[in-house]
Design a protein around this ligand. Structure first.
Ligand code: 26Q
Length: 834
């Protein structure tokens, strides 16, 4: 024990403790003490949630030791660090992950069983941390896992939303949203750090003055301030003693603000003001394509950017004082889409207004530390902010954005003199009508790296959205194909497959997924194939149980499990999937059933609450399901279910039990996809278009192990202006019959006309998603799927070869790519706790 001076001047001893035991008995002993002494409970059967909390705390204590060691190692090495800035971290549950990564899962499960407790029942108690919409948020979570596993000094910065992604209920076939108050029963995985609170300003205006060196400088005054309180969540690496940090900010009122209102005699208003500040972090926006223009959303974005940057600068100045000469060599900010792009003008402001740097020095630091990842090409999803609103809320930042733009456009003018059309095109400020800030352009101009998330997507960024910028800075643009963590998405979610894989190729694959190629030769071994099938069969039984429980529909585990789970979006074409199901139903009714392959189709996903067409598609799935499942002719041949409340913990069951993964977006529209990778790792075959990472999945698996269909991205573009869906329907009897069933109201006998907007969208020559165009190709590919599934040995072979080829899609590979090309961080091993 040694002592350190405390802030108040007194001397308090630092507390050191011996390491906690990592054997199951020690874990369970701590679990019991917490349950019976701290929580004061006796019987676990009446207090399963308390049992969960107790086990969580026992595990967290073990993470905290490693956490301190890791942070100490980073401090001592004074190494370069990266910060992953994201409005979303879709972490899901933490308990299983902690047990897996600490390597205490199997033994603890056994020790608990002796107490009459099933680990699975306890783990089921945990609320998902649903602080994200979908792919982008889950990617951030997978990246944190990989960074910790690779022992890279990377910290996540995000928002601690009081309410995460809404819970989806289905009533009369329609989506109903319910608030997700995930923190209601407390969160044992977070540690509040009020000592690192910061203040974030809004409103007011700038005053300019000349400092002692005669330089013009700005103060931002007359502001409203909000306090940002950090909550730290441990991010354990895989069995390596490293624990990184996810720091989430909560908004809270300042004390003075309260007081001034109080002194003015308005006690209730003062308390209400407290609430108003807390509104900023109250709820996650449930749109996975930007909802433009909402003031509260801009407040969230700036709140995250400002609190996080101040936090980084506080740590920097505590070591280096006001010397920023090496700041850019030692820090990197990765912007997860444009959502945290306020960080660009905010870092300029902090460096200039608070730390006294001049424009050029500050800009140099910004350019060298910022890196931007784009996740979409859809024009409607590109973020824009009205200049008028931005200026009201963040006046000092608006001045800086204008200055960045002026200097940038001067560069453009120098390179292309007289090309005012190009200047208009490239301006960060969109003119004509309401002035708007184009956040993607701001991010591109201010970053030294701009990346897309799959090869095709990155190429399209250079050819279209950012073409003008690519001409100026070709070296800035790069690709980082997405990945997913094999710890959660294979080792944890598929323990049976993991055992078989380990028995076959040995340990080590979970942290080195390329090793899975060693499975390939076993695809020719009939005995191995039988074991592979048995595992899939057991996982299908688990999935069927979930479908029975949540949908009330019986899935026969011998049928082909055909699954599409993702956000509901027209471009993802759940509608095409439904058209195929209707086609199968129509074949059954016509008696066209020779060599039938029984099929259970599962569709799940949330629609943005304001996205009417997406909600209508959910209704259609449910109404078609009702007709199909209640028709005796379909028995043993076809089932359709809509799974409510699709989320991370549901996917852990789904991906293991799936035979066929549906990745059927209109080519050129899905930036990458990541669900496609989870399915592949778990031995599902893919039916898909040449879109996003599907292209790379097919390359890795081999074209003979992938069911391809559909137009290519270039063909989709070329179709514009020539598309004639009516002619396509007229020329295709199968599609005609499907459209006829829809049009005659067969699936909405008592709700006249409700599917008219869907029918019209399919038949519109302006349908951007070209659903009718890809129908024939899709049905043909599905027929190839059905035939392949009937050949059990052949299907199993293909399944094994898909898993064997999935190594590229580990987020470890993705993170190594980010680190090699952008971050350049050293690997830092923490002192081992044991
Ligand atoms: C923006 C402004 C206001 C409100 C909401 C938003 C917002 C929120 C979330 C906009 C977009 C998102 C999420 C986008 C997303 O998940 N994109 C997906 O990212 C994945 C990871 O790279 C890709 O695999 C998917 O292809 C892509 O669709």
């Amino acid at each position: 024990m040694h002592t350190a001076p405390q802030a108040n001047g007194s001397i308090m001893p630092d507390i050191e403790t011996p390491p906690l035991g990592m054997d199951a008995d020690s874990v369970v002993e701590d679990f019991r003490r917490y349950f019976s002494h701290t929580l004061g409970r006796e019987e676990t059967r009446f207090a399963v949630y308390q049992a969960y909390t107790s086990l969580a705390v026992a595990l967290r204590d073990r993470l905290v030791e490693r956490w301190k060691n890791t942070q100490q190692a980073y401090r001592e090495q004074d190494c370069k660090r990266a910060y992953y800035m994201s409005l979303e971290f879709l972490m899901g549950r933490a308990m299983g992950n902690a047990m897996l990564n600490l390597d205490v899962g199997a033994s603890t499960a056994e020790a608990l069983r002796k107490l009459g407790l099933e680990l699975e029942d306890i783990a089921e108690q945990e609320h998902d941390a649903g602080l994200g919409n979908g792919g982008l948020g889950r990617l951030a979570a997978c990246f944190l896992d990989s960074c910790a596993t690779l022992q890279l000094p990377v910290m996540g910065y995000g928002i601690r939303y009081e309410y995460g992604m809404f819970r989806q209920k289905i009533e009369n076939g329609c989506q109903q949203e319910e608030p997700d108050h995930w923190l209601r029963d407390g969160n044992p995985w977070e540690i509040e750090r009020p000592e690192f609170s910061t203040r974030v300003k809004f409103g007011g205006h700038s005053v300019f003055y000349t400092d002692l060196d005669g330089r013009l400088r700005a103060h931002w005054v007359n502001t409203h301030e909000v306090v940002a309180i950090p909550y730290d969540v441990p991010v354990p690496g895989y069995r390596n003693g490293t624990v990184n940090t996810l720091r989430l900010w909560k908004a809270s009122a300042t004390e003075e603000f309260d007081l001034s209102e109080f002194n003015a005699g308005s006690y209730t208003e003062a308390v209400a003001a407290q609430n108003k500040a807390e509104h900023i972090t109250m709820v996650l926006y449930p749109n996975d394509a930007s909802e433009n223009g909402k003031e509260l959303r801009l407040k969230q974005q700036y709140f995250l950017a400002s609190a996080s940057l101040q936090d980084v600068l506080r740590q920097w100045t505590s070591v280096h004082g006001n010397d920023f000469s090496e700041f850019a060599e030692k820090n990197c900010f990765q912007l997860n889409d444009t959502h945290p792009t306020c960080a660009v003008p905010e870092l300029m402001r902090l460096l200039m207004d608070e730390h006294g740097l001049g424009w050029d020095a500050a800009w140099n630091i910004v350019r060298r530390t910022m890196a931007y990842t784009n996740h979409t090409l859809l024009p409607e999803a590109l973020e824009r902010w009205q200049v008028s609103m931005f200026g009201r809320l963040l006046p000092r930042l608006l001045e800086i954005v204008y200055e960045i733009n002026a200097r940038f456009l001067a560069e453009v003018a120098q390179r292309w003199p007289g090309d005012s059309e190009r200047q208009r095109r490239m301006s960060i400020i969109e003119e004509g009508g309401e002035q708007q800030i184009r956040m993607a352009y701001l991010a591109v101009v201010a970053s030294h790296s701009v990346n897309g998330v799959a090869e095709l997507h990155s190429r399209l960024l250079k050819q279209h959205l950012f073409h003008d910028f690519y001409e100026i800075w070709p070296g800035k643009f790069n690709n980082k194909t997405n990945g997913v963590t094999p710890r959660r998405w294979m080792a944890w979610s598929n323990p049976e497959l993991s055992k078989l894989v380990t028995k076959t190729i040995g340990k080590g694959w979970a942290a080195d997924l390329g090793k899975l190629t060693q499975l390939a030769p076993h695809a020719d071994d009939a005995g191995f194939r039988a074991k592979w099938r048995a595992v899939k069969q057991a996982n299908k039984a688990r999935l069927a149980e979930m479908v029975q429980r949540d949908c009330g529909i019986a899935f026969d585990t011998h049928a082909l499990f055909d699954v599409q789970v993702k956000r509901i979006h027209e471009y993802k074409r759940q509608l095409l999937n439904v058209l195929h199901v209707i086609h199968l139903y129509d074949r059954i009714k016509r008696g066209d059933i020779a060599d039938w392959t029984p099929r259970c189709v599962l569709i799940g996903g949330k629609a943005a609450p304001g996205y009417q067409m997406a909600k209508r598609i959910i209704k259609l799935v449910n109404e078609v399901a009702k007709v199909v499942n209640n028709d005796h002719d379909t028995e043993g041949m076809l089932r359709l279910a809509f799974l409510p409340d699709y989320r991370v913990s549901a996917m852990e069951v789904i991906c293991a039990g799936t035979d066929l993964s549906e990745q059927i977006s209109t080519a050129g529209k899905e930036a990458s996809g990541t669900g496609n990778m989870k399915f592949m790792m778990n031995g599902a075959l893919t039916i898909g278009t040449l879109d996003g990472a599907n292209i790379e999945i097919r390359e890795e698996a081999g074209e003979e192990n992938f069911f391809l269909f559909g137009l290519e991205a270039e063909e989709v573009d070329a179709m514009r202006g020539h598309y004639d869906p009516a002619a396509i329907v007229a020329a295709d009897e199968d599609l005609q019959r499907v459209m006829n069933l829809l049009q005659c109201g067969h699936f909405n006998l008592f709700e006249h006309g409700i599917f008219d907007p869907i029918i019209q969208s399919i038949l519109s020559p302006h349908d951007p998603w070209l659903t009718a165009a890809d129908f024939r190709g899709f049905v043909d590919a599905q027929n190839r799927v059905a035939a392949a599934y009937r050949n059990e040995e052949q299907w199993t072979r293909m399944s094994i070869l898909n898993t064997a080829a999935s190594g590229k899609f580990s987020s470890d590979r993705t993170i190594l790519d980010y680190n090699r090309d952008i971050w350049r961080l050293p690997r830092v091993a923490a002192k081992q706790a044991r």
